[in-house]
Design a protein around this ligand. Structure first.
Ligand code: NAP
Ligand code: MG
Length: 496
């Protein structure tokens, strides 16, 4: 579709704005609403129902009723599989509308929403649907006087709290495995992008999902999210967001019912370029894609570029020349646009502030570093590159969550590893080298949940995705993630 077609589709788009509880849209009990703003225009996109603690209680009660009815958890595995497969088909059929909602709500380029986010969401539901009848228990090797079975059971009610950078996808990474395992879910999306998950919940019912099994309550973190994380009937909170809020969620669990807490939090991922890498052009292309895609609002964004001194100048020169061609700020509804605005005006100001701090601390601003001229209506930040960065500078330590990369040079492998690991985070990393031994040594030495060799951001649903250190305590995607939404039950039979 062309830009013009997307714009007319946007004009005629029917946007759902209620809370989704027990299978239908309802108003918040107190009737409160909040605005969702389109960050490309600064205009109000929709007024959305704001759920308070009372609405969270209502949603959890609906989930509890659905849980106790047993309709979902005791459904024959392949019947449950069929519903989640139908949901994936419905998402596919409604891809254009869902992609448009993502773009209007949080500013990502429509081409990205359509070709990255939506296919990944569909994949996620299909993968976990396929897994449903592959969750096996075991019979252990005991003495003949006993029979010992270990079964896997769902946990109960899952509270999912998701971020705005990939609104549907990050929610799906929680909702799909939680539902596949037989749990009921209450989801609180981020207030900056509250719309697409409402449609997802509606499609679940259309696919044949029982009411109450999947509920969505929009609102904000400190009230709505907190009420969910403190709820005594929630068995697990699955959270993706900042490290600071992740720590808070653990406190809520301790203050309430010791619920399980799965956290996917921040990152400051290093991309390491050794002097012997095979193809500098290919490496540079992945380097800037790894930090400028989604305007840098990616948990595993490769924001630290560790470049061997021998290739430093050539790397930086190509990075600047090519990335400024490849990532031009534009209207996210134009299919040619590769760089949309960041999510809000406030976030834009925060990113620009961190850029200013980088310059003040003595780093060299080699590219960008401002709001682009002529695009003041939107929350844009130009692609930015700092060189001459020291690992102690704030731009090398703090997550910026915007299109801002920092180049640090190194002289040898040990130095590269030391810089890479000098972070509170450990989500992801990449290593570029032709040498097999170097690659294996570095994979071993790097403290990160995901290490890419001669690529960046690659993977499929079999890949456990999550962090070391303060990047989190869990893994999304993968079968391992699915098991995290189950618990074991040991049944010991006395045969004497
Ligand atoms: P955030 O501010 O931590 O918010 C994440 C979610 O938590 C939102 O739904 C938010 O609600 C909610 N929240 C905020 N305060 C809360 C509280 N006191 N109690 C309960 N919930 C609360 O993060 P964000 O700005 O949306 O997302 C960016 C962050 O997410 C980055 O740090 C990024 O690295 C991380 N992230 C990590 C991964 C990963 O897989 N590791 C993936 C994507 C993003 P409201 O926004 O509505 O207030
Ligand atoms: Mg919005």
């Amino acid at each position: 579709m062309r830009q013009h077609d997307w714009c007319s589709l946007a004009k005629n788009l029917k946007i759902e704005t209620g809370l989704f509880i027990d299978g239908h849209f309802v108003e918040a009990l107190k009737g409160n609403r909040f605005d969702s703003i389109n960050p490309a225009t600064g205009k109000v996109l929709a007024s959305v129902a704001y759920g308070g603690e009372d609405d969270i209680n209502r949603a959890v009660a609906a989930a509890k009723q659905a849980w106790h009815s047993g309709h979902w958890r005791h459904m024959a595995p392949r019947t449950r599989m069929g519903i989640l497969m139908r949901l994936a088909d419905l998402i596919e059929r409604n891809s254009a509308e869902l992609a448009l909602l993502e773009t209007l709500d949080m500013g990502k380029p429509i081409t990205d929403a359509l070709t990255i986010d939506l296919p990944e969401v569909i994949n996620t539901f299909r993968y976990y649907a396929e897994c449903i009848d592959k969750i096996d228990g075991v019979v252990t090797n005991t003495a003949p006087e006993a029979l010992h079975m270990i079964q896997r059971e769902p946990l109960g009610i899952i509270g999912a709290i998701s971020p705005w950078n990939y609104p549907l996808l990050m929610a799906s990474w929680k909702v799909a495995p939680a539902l596949a395992a037989g749990n009921c879910v209450v989801l609180k999306p981020a207030q900056q992008a509250p719309l697409s998950c409402l449609r997802l919940a509606q499609l679940f019912i259309e696919a044949g999902g029982p009411p109450g099994v999947f509920n969505v309550v929009n609102g904000d973190g400190p009230v709505t999210g907190k009420a969910l994380a403190l709820h005594m009937d929630v068995a697990k909170v699955s959270f993706t967001g900042s490290t600071a809020v992740g720590k808070q969620i653990m406190i809520y669990a301790g203050q309430s019912n010791l619920k399980r807490v799965a956290l996917e939090t921040g990152g400051k991922s290093p991309q390491i370029f050794m002097a012997d890498l095979e193809n500098l052009d290919a490496a540079v292309e992945r380097a800037y894609g790894g930090i400028f895609d989604n305007a840098g609002q990616v948990c595993n964004a490769g924001s630290r570029l560790l470049v061997h001194r021998d290739i430093h100048d050539a790397f930086v020169e190509r990075f600047i020349a090519r990335s400024s061609q490849a990532y031009q700020p534009g209207d996210p509804l134009d299919p040619a646009t590769t760089l949309g605005p960041v999510v809000t005006r406030a976030h834009q100001q925060g990113v620009l502030e961190k850029i200013k701090q980088g310059s003040l601390e003595g780093a060299h601003l080699a590219l960008g570093g401002s709001a682009p001229a002529g695009m003041e209506q939107g929350a844009y930040v130009t692609p930015t590159l700092f060189t001459g960065v020291d690992q102690n500078m704030s731009i090398a330590r703090e997550e910026i969550f915007g299109p801002v990369a920092s180049v640090m040079s190194f002289d040898n492998e040990a130095q590269a590893i030391a810089i890479a690991n000098d972070s509170i985070y450990g989500l992801a990393a990449s290593v570029w080298t032709q040498d097999l031994k170097t690659a294996h040594r570095m994979v071993q030495a790097i403290e990160a949940g995901v290490v890419w060799v001669n690529c960046f951001g690659d993977g499929d649903m079999t890949q456990p995705f999550g962090g070391y250190k303060q990047s989190g305590n869990t893994r999304d995607k993968s079968f391992e993630c699915l098991l995290g939404y189950t618990q074991s039950k040991s049944a010991w039979f006395n045969l004497e």
